[in-house]
Ligand binder design. Structure first.
Ligand SMILES: *Cc1c(COP(=O)(O)O)cnc(C)c1O
Length: 377
């Protein structure tokens, strides 16, 4: 029987509403990125595609601010980057120290345990950041092969300083693994200068491309550790020892690269290069300051003190007695603006407002503040 003959539902043309995406991701996609994605796919071993791959790797080093990192876009969203970072560097029983001050530190813990790590945790309250001293004490109490930390905690809006923690990790012989999902392309990651060993990100936050790829960067030291693994990587799809054979000189098939997502990433990175990294960081900062000033004028208090506040994502307390979910629904339905509620400890108490990549524009800030003024009346 022809199953299509029995369908009575009318499926209309796809027509997503023109949302202004000011949540924790995805962010708005630059029109040039959308145009690049519409190009016809070519073969994943086509010499022209290999040229595109080489360009993407060079552009990724630029945005990670690294001369020597091995970079590739892992297939999958930011969480695939997280999974690749952990799966490739954890062997059964390896001691791993995870810094937990929000939702994504919890996710790192969950994943690391699934790959057989012997996890220890150092914790501070949501919204706070770690001092090098706290990491040092944790490593003195128990050495670790990897110290994992979130650079930009999207659940809290805190920006973690990394320099001293990198120094402490290395002094104790550990690799520094950094979640740069909400920082890459929006705030400096400084891979080489900090001394990061493993960092991953996602295309849909400050890079202004759709979700679908997870750029990862490995230091030469990390590459050595990966090469000297005793056991096979527990995740076939994300096994970088195999994926690197496709992205390296050998060009052997592992899995089909998501061709059009790579077109998107290349264009997104070309936009970063055209704007200039410093100018881009400055834009994220300037628009965030405009938002912070406007929120203050509405008596809305940010969660994170200015010193550690993340330009790409702001958490703000919702005054008690307000139905925050109903207000967010109004923002969406009446003004086409998406912001997000809180996760975990912050659920129902805060909003998360993202100004990432192409979303980070003054007209979006003004529109949001104007809408808030009306609905908060
Ligand atoms: C969004 C995010 C992730 C996960 O990325 P997905 O694209 O949702 O898989 C991981 N870490 C941080 C800090 C994030 O903000």
């Amino acid at each position: 029987m022809d199953a299509s003959a029995t369908v009575t539902t009318r499926y209309t043309d796809l027509n997503p509403p023109p949302r202004i995406l000011l949540g924790p991701g995805p962010s708005m996609v630059h029109p040039r990125v959308l145009r690049a994605m519409a190009a016809p796919p070519i073969g994943h071993l086509d010499p022209q595609f290999i040229e595109i791959m080489n360009e993407i790797q060079a552009l990724l080093r630029m945005v990670f601010q690294s001369e020597e990192a091995l970079t590739i876009p892992v297939s999958g969203t930011g969480s695939a980057g997280m999974e690749a970072a952990l799966a490739n560097f954890i062997e059964e029983g390896d001691p791993v120290l995870i810094c937990v001050n929000g939702y994504f530190g919890e996710r790192l813990t969950d994943m690391a345990r699934r790959y057989g790590a012997d996890v220890s945790r150092v914790e501070v309250a949501w919204g706070e950041v770690f001092t090098a001293q706290q990491v040092e004490e944790a490593l003195q109490a128990r050495p670790a092969k990897i110290v994992a930390i979130v650079h930009a905690e999207t659940s809290t809006g805190a920006l973690q300083p990394l320099d001293e923690i990198a120094e402490v990790a290395h002094r104790h012989g550990a690799l520094l693994l950094v979640d740069a999902v909400t920082s890459l392309g929006g705030v400096p990651v400084r891979f080489d200068e900090v001394g990061i060993d493993i960092a991953y990100s996602g295309t849909q936050k400050c890079l202004s491309a759709p979700p679908g790829l997870a750029p990862i960067a490995l230091s030469p030291r990390a590459v050595e550790v990966l090469k000297s693994r005793k056991s096979t990587v527990k995740n076939w799809y994300l096994d970088l020892t195999m994926v690197f054979k496709y992205w390296g000189a050998e060009r052997t098939y592992h899995h089909t690269a998501p061709i059009n997502m790579n077109y998107a990433l290349r264009e997104a990175l070309r936009l970063v290069l055209e704007e200039g990294l410093e100018a881009r960081f400055e834009r994220h900062r300037r628009n965030a300051e405009m938002l912070w000033d406007g929120l203050a004028a509405l008596d809305l208090m940010p969660v994170v003190p200015l010193e550690h506040r993340l330009p790409s994502l702001t958490t703000v307390y919702i005054p008690e007695g307000l139905d925050e979910a109903a207000l967010r629904r109004r923002l969406l339905n009446e003004y086409n603006i998406e912001v997000a509620g809180g996760l975990g400890a912050f659920a129902g108490r805060v909003w998360r407002i993202g100004l990432m990549g192409y979303s980070s524009r003054p007209e979006n800030v003004v529109t949001l503040l104007g809408a808030l003024e009306r609905i908060l009346g």
